[in-house]
Design a protein. Sequence first.
Length: 198
Amino acid sequence: MKIHQWLLLLVFLFVIPLVSSQVQTLGTYKVGDCVNLIQLCDNCTYNNITSITSNPEGGILIKGEFWMERNGTHYNYTFCGNGYAGQYVVNGHGDENGLDTVWAYDYYVTPSGYRNILGLFIIMIGVVYGIGLFGFFGRNVWVSIIGGMLMMTLGLFTLMNGVDIYRNFMTESFSYFTIGLGAFFAIYAGLDLIDENL
């Protein structure tokens, strides 16, 4: 095979799966928040939700015929059973063009309401820890105080929101460790600053 044939083959191997794997998704929400499940149809007289399932729990959260409220071409059902982090799949049907048509989409629930930010979070951890460690071991009092405060803020944020889609014992342990280490850096540097000015 010639080089251009190999390149064409690579394009088909990488681009076609990306195009064909597009999934209709409603977005990402925070654990415990209510979600407006919507469906648009300009020539339907009804749209009903038949089930909502949750992953990784794998359980069926609701099953049956749940009528969606109609407002013109916009159908809505407010669902408040988002108690777990993970993927939720909504299944339903409506009478599009007079024919009963099945539809489905998903949405995600995370502790923070954000998804796919793990890389950004790792960079943030590196920067904040870098400032704190540089200030402490470099004996720079003000950088150590600022780094310690940033570490405490990062720890509190992680404690409240988790890390990306994760909120468990590991994220809580990381949060407490970061808060404690940041407090140690800030207090130690503050005591050094007091000693220098006495």
